[in-house]
Ligand binder design. Structure first.
Ligand SMILES: Nc1ncnc2c1ncn2[C@@H]1O[C@H](COP(=O)(O)OP(=O)(O)OP(=O)(O)O)[C@@H](O)[C@H]1O
Length: 612
């Protein structure tokens, strides 16, 4: 039967709304900016794919792109180009980390995407996605014009074949992938699909290249390394050498290659640790970027444990030990599997039975049981091993005319305000997708810097133990009802930041309706930040309460702000703030064309009245 295309066939879901709600003017702006920048290879891939979509050719492509050749850049442009024409382009990836790099990306097996079975055998010829024809996801897939699957080379071929069977069924068309244009991308030189307890031959057999779909795949490639084209000669040589290793083109003797020209060779693990993590015992002085720049990789869990124990022993902070609680689900089997035996097992994908952690050490999130907030594989830092055990004293400081002229400011305030504070993931910034764009992220910092140069004050909460570590900070300005942002908006270039100002303007109207336009002076908030290390300790509430003292000092009878997140709204309520006006995110989203996700029902302007 032909695919049904009447209106009742359109999905009625948040996913569909998300896919058709991209800001068209923003998309067109990005296309105008990035399309002329495509290099020759990228341009060829771009036009080939668009031609398949426009002419309904339903071809399947594989993009062979070694790291740095601009694959993400190209896919991003392709997705927005298709979306700018009102068509649906779905983006999925085999791993969560890769999915976060794609605009609107999901993991292929997630419930918001194809619901592919997680456990799938290589010889399974019947697996399909758990998506029915009448479901919203089914309708969404039926209506999409392009599917991009990044890191497909890491997925078992049966997942791809399962999607093929599902697509043929959903689109009622017996053609590869139901006649939809698909772009697989990845790098066969990198990790192949992992077959549990499989041999090398099993891994190869699970590869996309061994799929019955592979003969239908059109191969495209990118060759120029864009990341290194402007880099130093040394980096370029290193990258070329790596590619030779990947392609098996480095001279071998007895199946071995000489690594001397490729890296620094070290005799023992101790030296390796000292080279990669020098001065690790001073862990409290290390920044997140220091940790981001280094990692020790190892092929087996056993070696990982050895290296971890060695590094942990070097860190001075106290060890916190966590034990697993292992039980057999079937109580009748309990006698065969004593707890001691279960504790001795070390299955991959699960932490060890005895897990030792120290404050400051980096960890990897193996599996998030509460997605989608953090994806599996995210690297994290342990800030606090036990909330109740972590005692600290703190005090509040107010800083007038905050940035960049701090005189006696606690150490780190300038860095916090310049680098971290503007980039905290607030609801509105997330809605505008600011952190998805490098240019917008940079501009966000620039905008904050311009704001700080005005009459802005910071209320900073510092730990009172001699370290002066910042536990929280609230930026404030004296609002006399004037248009404080008009000058800044004129200089804004990125569509994301313009969207942010659009939200501010719309919200401002709601505020004026309830507050009047009589230019009443208000100590207004421009953002509240609590150091992740001290979250859950009531710092936000204390800072908000302390605004009363600042108001008295400045002879201002009201202080308030838009509280966008549920946490800050609760903190404000605890600090005695009352809701003065509110707007639902649904309404705000409609008026600003922004899709807010993970938000409370209302964005609230809350006020504390002060007896001056
Ligand atoms: N045509 C282009 N013009 C300017 N810059 C580009 C172009 N293509 C890619 N770049 C830049 O080159 C860098 C690498 O590109 P990108 O991240 O897309 O590569 P990649 O193939 O996805 O790499 P990896 O696989 O390592 O993630 C990025 O900073 C990107 O902005």
């Amino acid at each position: 039967m032909p695919a049904n295309t009447n209106n009742s066939d359109l999905p009625n879901s948040a996913e569909y709304t998300r896919e058709i709600s991209y800001d068209q003017s923003k998309l067109l702006q990005n296309i105008a900016q990035d399309e002329p920048r495509l290099n020759i290879d990228q341009k060829k891939v771009f036009t080939t794919l668009l031609s398949s979509i426009d002419n309904n050719e339903g071809k399947i492509f594989f993009l062979d792109a070694p790291g740095g050749t601009g694959k993400t850049f190209l896919i991003h442009l392709l997705l927005i180009k298709v979306r700018s024409t009102g068509k649906i382009a779905l983006a999925v990836a085999s791993s969560g980390i890769a999915a976060t790099l794609l605009e609107g990306g999901r993991t292929a097996h997630s419930i918001q995407a194809f619901k592919l079975p997680l456990k799938i055998a290589t010889d399974d010829n019947n697996s399909v996605c758990s998506v029915s024809k009448q479901s919203n996801t089914g309708k969404l897939i039926r209506h999409c014009s392009l599917i991009v699957w990044d890191e497909a080379t890491m997925s078992n071929k049966t997942s791809v074949e399962g999607l093929d069977r599902t697509m043929r069924d959903l689109r009622s068309k017996n053609a590869p992938m139901g006649g939809c244009t698909i772009l697989f991308s990845g790098d066969f030189r990198q990790i192949p699909p992992v077959v549990t307890r499989g041999t090398r031959a099993d891994d190869i057999n699970a590869s996309l290249k061994r799929s019955n779909l592979w003969p239908h795949v059109n191969k495209l490639e990118l060759k120029t390394n864009m990341r290194l084209s402007l880099s130093s000669r040394e980096n370029r040589l290193f990258s070329e050498m790596l590619l030779k290793v990947n392609n098996g083109k480095l001279t071998q003797s007895d199946g071995r290659i000489n690594l001397e020209n490729l890296c620094v060779l070290i005799d023992n693990i101790q030296d390796l640790v000292n080279n990669v993590y020098p001065d690790i015992h001073n862990i409290s002085c290390k920044t997140i970027s220091w940790f981001k720049e280094r990692a020790i990789l190892s092929p087996t869990n056993e070696q990982v444990d050895k290296v971890n124990n060695l590094i942990l022993a070097k860190i001075d902070t106290p060890t916190q030990i966590y034990y697993s609680v292992d039980t057999v689900l079937d109580s009748e089997e309990a006698v065969h599997f004593p707890t001691e035996f279960l504790n001795s097992l070390n299955p991959s994908g699960l932490p060890p039975h005895k897990m030792e952690l120290k404050v400051g050490c980096p960890v990897i999130l193996l599996r998030n049981l509460n997605p989608p907030k953090l994806c599996n594989g995210t690297r994290l830092l342990i800030y606090r091993s036990n909330l109740n055990a972590y005692n600290f004293r703190w005090r509040l400081k107010t800083l007038a005319s905050a940035f960049p002229r701090f005189s006696k400011c606690p150490p780190g305030v300038d860095r916090l305000l310049e680098a971290e504070y503007p980039l905290r993931p607030q609801v509105t910034a997330r809605g505008c997708r600011i952190f998805k764009s490098h240019k917008a992220t940079e501009e966000m910092c620039k905008v904050y810097r311009m704001m700080y140069e005005k009459n802005v004050r910071a209320l900073v909460c510092c730990v009172d133990d001699g370290t002066e570590e910042i536990a929280g900070c609230n930026m404030l300005y004296i609002d006399e009802g004037k248009d404080n942002i008009a000058e800044i908006i004129k200089q804004v270039e990125t569509p994301e930041i313009l969207t942010l100002f659009r939200i501010i303007k719309v919200a401002d109207k709601y505020y004026k309706i309830s507050h009047g336009t009589d230019n009443k002076v208000l100590l207004n908030g421009a953002g509240l930040y609590v150091n992740p290390k001290f979250r859950g300790c009531g710092i936000a509430t204390q800072i908000l309460k302390a605004r009363e003292c600042l108001c008295k000092e400045l002879q201002i009878s009201e202080t308030g702000a838009w509280f966008t997140g549920l946490g800050s709204q609760k903190a404000a309520q605890k600090a005695g703030y009352e809701v003065m006006s509110e707007v639902s995110y649904e309404e705000l989203g409609e008026k600003t064309e922004v899709v807010f996700v993970d938000v409370p029902e209302y964005c609230k302007f809350m006020v504390l009245r002060v007896d001056t």
